[in-house]
Write a protein that binds this ligand. Structure first.
Ligand SMILES: C[S@@+](CC[C@H](N)C(=O)[O-])C[C@H]1O[C@@H](n2cnc3c(N)ncnc32)[C@H](O)[C@@H]1O
Length: 207
């Protein structure tokens, strides 16, 4: 599948924070605090975007963020400089990370698995770079188990894909299983089970 994410997110990067602003106030700020608060040690945020989660990580965390969109990443770099947040921000594809295996205590992603072309590959890469006793934290919107909501998501998916290169009908739990990760915590956050917090173990042996 062609990767439309870089072009789509480069196009919207200037307005991304502006459009999210009301939702940040309503729910996202609270979710970001919880999501980033679960991460400690060496942390890799995949699809760091404009860096909205960066201020929420613990000061003691050593954060690396990657993103495939230059436009989004530049915003994150600007935010980290303006807010004095020490982190490393790199242009990189989640499906082909130029990072050492078993090198992060924690790998995190928020609203990213919907836009990568091959979510199973991205999840396998996340597990590869995560230490065997590390954790993978995801906050994502996924295909609902409710048939009516799922039907709505399937009908509207072509519009979301066309506008943002974003899929709103991804079976993320199925993809997590296909990638071989082990779910250790799953919590529904909103719209029944559309918005979810999922924590996984990379499910691999110590090297
Ligand atoms: C909806 S935004 C979420 C940004 C941020 N995580 C947040 O919570 O605001 C999705 C991000 O994932 C990035 N992305 C999409 N596909 C990617 C890939 N294959 N590798 C790395 N980043 C990717 C996009 O460029 C975009 O910045």
């Amino acid at each position: 599948m062609a990767n439309r994410a870089p072009a789509s997110y480069n196009r919207v990067s200037w307005a991304y924070d502006f459009f999210l602003w009301p939702f940040e106030k309503l729910v996202l700020g609270k979710w970001r605090k919880r999501f980033a608060g679960m991460a400690a040690g060496s942390v890799l945020e995949v699809g760091v975007g404009t860096g909205k989660n960066l201020p929420y990580y613990s000061k003691s965390a050593k954060v690396t963020g990657i993103d495939i969109s230059r436009g989004m990443l530049d915003k994150a770099i600007k935010r980290s400089k303006m807010q004095g947040i020490g982190c490393s921000l790199l242009l990189m594809d989640a499906g082909d990370m130029k990072l050492k295996s078993s090198s992060f205590d924690c790998v995190a992603c928020m609203f990213v698995l919907c836009s990568v072309p091959d979510p199973v590959k991205a999840l396998q890469e996340m597990a590869r770079v995560c230490k065997p006793d590390g954790k993978i934290i995801m906050l994502e919107h996924v295909l609902s188990s409710n048939r009516l909501i799922a039907l709505w998501q399937k009908i509207h998916n072509p519009i979301a894909r066309w506008l943002f290169g974003d899929n709103i009908n991804r079976d993320t739990n199925g993809n997590i299983r296909k990638a071989g990760l082990k779910i250790v915590l799953e919590e529904n956050l909103a719209l029944k089970d559309v918005f979810k917090l999922v924590v996984c173990s990379p499910n691999k042996k110590r090297g």
